[in-house]
Write a protein that binds this ligand. Structure first.
Ligand SMILES: CC(=O)SCCNC(=O)CCNC(=O)[C@H](O)C(C)(C)COP(=O)(O)OP(=O)(O)OC[C@H]1O[C@@H](n2cnc3c(N)ncnc32)[C@H](O)[C@@H]1OP(=O)(O)O
Ligand SMILES: CC(C)C(=O)C(=O)O
Length: 638
């Protein structure tokens, strides 16, 4: 049968209790609850292949390391494995830290309670947990019992449990706590849940110092989380002697609201939460303890459990449960902090930039990054994975990868230009591009690594004597403001060397003039530089935006070098390489150098390079001298 057009006969709306004076909506959660991890019991009982003793121990150790102090380790009456595992935790010295309390579960049946208590004999701290389903559905279908009989069963089992634990002198070495779960609390009449628990409380006789734990399970999640919160608040306010019992909740996730239910329940008075890591458990699972803890953390409340190395935790959880943690799972999912889409990437990138520049990146600086409620580094993730690039990405995504990988903070217009290259590639391959692929694309596009067509073999920047300003008047300093620069150098283009020279207002424009003598006519439109690295390893990076003279064609160049001037010259040559690349197929505009075809300019340039003492020192001694003989021989042989 397909879904019913009118499901109202088959499925009845849950009837919420009437609680007009509810207080919980005005409460806030400002401290963590008492956590209880039930991965090894509720989680384990729902697995197709339950864990063996080794796997259980590994998981237990991890829970202890995370910081859980109450761990439900087994259902000892269910299997020898669970019984033996519990014994091992009790008996083997050092396995269970002194401050960790072992919890075990038993149904409300004397023989099973006996076996359960036996499994704990000799434990330092133990919680004996028994459950009895109290809802009308279970009373009718499973037990065929009325309210009175259920209540009597709960009381009888509590008294029995008491007689073989805290009232038994041979058990005096164990610090016993008793937990009672009116199973299916979420579907139990609220007044009956109170009646049963009140009777159990009287049977156990807790004190304020040694309270009983009433665990209120949403065994099956029945309604919206506010309804569960009402049920919990009703329970807390209608039970007597509030100081003598701890209210615990145990939400399942049938409607997908377990986390909300656990949180609203705490607002309604719950002190303790039972759940599992990443929500493993019956059907849709138990409430996820990781989400609950990190929800607190991102509100500035320490959860007192540590997920600093979430990847290792996920590994153990996945290997033990043999169920993967969903990639979209809150906080832990590998895709959760990742942005593929352009506008998200743009916002995240700006957020990080502002954080680093303006607000400082001290680890305690307030975290305000669009789309990222949690700093991925706090759970052991890196920022590299935050932005990934596919066809949905914009300029910011690829720019982020280049920033993180090469420390290059690309100017906006270069981001736009490079993103077209990336977009073309993502569409061509129809998949996400790895950061290394994006870096390769960038290095190729701007000739940063392999075979740039233009190489700076050697150069010198000198004051251009032919256009020097008039000598200063006696007693006045030389006005150096308008001094022109002369670039003189040897450029290798497609493995052929050219000696060129040119004059301009600065180093870049003098090289631009020199290049125009080869027919590469570029106007520099924009220029940006910054440093990369620190200390002795610091380098300069220069971005140059050029247009081809007399046309609208635009090219970018990027240059990186320890020397600032050289970085800018390399950037211009990178632009020149792009300029040639954009004309692939058309004949190269320049003349290769040959000894017998040296022009006067070439000769002049070479002459300059062999240099006068001023030429060699005028740019801070940067130029190395070219051996004219070698160069000429090389040119002749080519
Ligand atoms: C909500 C929860 O997660 S509760 C925990 C559930 N976990 C487990 O059940 C795992 C371990 N369980 C087991 O190994 C077994 O079911 C045992 C050892 C508890 C009992 O095994 P068996 O004696 O073979 O009984 P079986 O499981 O077939 O049937 C359940 C019996 O318990 C009773 N029962 C069922 N649910 C409950 C309950 N919530 N509380 C108390 N008794 C219950 C049933 O009425 C039935 O009794 P019946 O045989 O008199 O009709
Ligand atoms: C035994 C109880 C706590 C339980 O697991 C449930 O009701 O889901």
């Amino acid at each position: 049968m397909p879904m019913l057009k009118d499901p109202s006969k088959k499925y009845k709306a849950f009837k919420p209790l009437n609680l007009p004076n509810r207080q919980w909506p005005n409460k806030i959660i400002d401290k963590p609850p008492r956590w209880m991890a039930t991965d090894l019991r509720d989680g384990n009982q729902s697995l197709p292949d339950p864990m063996d003793v080794g796997a259980k121990y590994r998981f237990f150790k991890m829970l202890v390391e995370i910081g859980y102090k109450e761990i439900e380790v087994s259902f000892p009456s269910a299997s020898q494995i669970d019984f033996d595992f519990t014994r091992r935790l009790v008996e083997e010295p050092g396995l269970t830290p002194d401050d960790v309390c072992l919890q075990v579960l038993s149904p409300c049946r004397e023989d099973l309670i006996r076996r359960t208590v036996d499994s704990l004999k000799g434990a330092k701290k133990a919680i004996l947990h028994i459950y009895l389903a109290t809802s009308p559905c279970f009373r009718r279908i499973v037990f065929n019992m009325d309210r009175q009989k259920s209540l009597e069963m709960a009381v009888r089992c509590t008294k029995y449990a008491r007689s073989i634990t805290k009232d038994d002198p041979s058990q005096a070495g164990t610090e016993w706590q008793f937990e009672f779960s009116p199973e299916t609390f979420s579907d139990t009449e609220p007044e009956f849940a109170v009646e049963v628990c009140q009777a159990v409380k009287e049977a156990w006789e807790p004190t304020a110092e040694k309270p009983i734990i009433f665990n209120l399970p949403a065994t099956v999640e029945m309604a919206t989380p506010n309804v569960f919160a009402d049920q919990v608040e009703y329970f807390c306010t209608n039970m007597t002697e509030r100081e003598k019992f701890v209210v615990s909740v145990h939400p399942h996730n049938d409607r997908g609201c377990a986390v909300a239910a656990a949180e609203l329940a705490q607002m309604a008075g719950a002190d303790r939460v039972e759940g599992t890591l990443f929500g493993n458990g019956e059907r849709t699972g138990n409430v996820d303890l990781v989400t609950l803890a990190l929800n607190l953390y991102t509100q500035g409340v320490s959860p007192k459990v540590d997920f600093s190395d979430i990847n290792s935790i996920i590994k153990v959880v996945e290997e033990s449960n043999k169920i993967p943690v969903n990639e979209r799972w809150p906080y832990g999912g590998i895709l959760t902090p990742v942005a593929f889409s352009g506008s998200h990437q743009d916002a995240i990138k700006k957020g990080f930039k502002l954080r680093e520049e303006g607000q400082g990146k001290d680890e305690e600086t307030e975290w305000v990054i669009p789309y990222l409620p949690l700093d991925p580094q706090d759970i052991g993730r890196t920022y590299e994975a935050v932005i990934r690039v596919n066809s949905q990405s914009g300029k910011g995504g690829a720019a982020w990868i280049i920033l993180r990988s090469l420390e290059l903070d690309l100017p906006r217009a270069l981001q736009v230009e490079f993103s077209k290259i990336v977009q073309e590639k993502t569409e061509a391959v129809s998949r996400e591009l790895k950061p290394s692929e994006i870096v390769n694309l960038f290095e190729e596009a701007y000739h940063l690594k392999s075979n740039p067509r233009f190489n700076l073999v050697d150069y010198s920047i000198t004051t251009d004597r032919s256009q020097s300003p008039a000598p200063p008047e006696p007693g006045k300093a030389l006005n150096t403001k308008n001094l022109k620069r002369r670039f003189t150098g040897v450029i290798e283009i497609d493995n052929v060397q050219h000696a060129i020279t040119g004059v301009g207002a600065g180093a870049i424009s003098s090289l631009a003039t020199a290049l125009s003598s080869l027919g590469i006519d570029l106007d520099v439109r924009d220029y940006k530089e910054h440093s990369i690295g620190l200390g002795r390893d610091v380098k300069a990076v220069t971005y140059i935006h050029c247009t081809a003279a007399g046309s609208n064609e635009q090219v970018w160049g990027v240059g990186i070098h320890q020397d600032v001037v050289q970085a800018s010259l390399i950037a211009l040559l990178s632009a020149a390489s792009s300029f040639l690349a954009s004309r692939a197929g058309s004949p190269a505009p320049f003349r290769p150098i040959r000894s017998n075809t040296l022009t006067n300019d070439d000769l002049h340039a070479l002459e300059q390079l062999t240099g006068t003492p001023e030429a060699a020192t005028s740019n801070g001694g940067l130029s190395t001298k070219v051996n004219i003989e070698q160069l000429t021989k090389k040119a002749e042989s080519s």
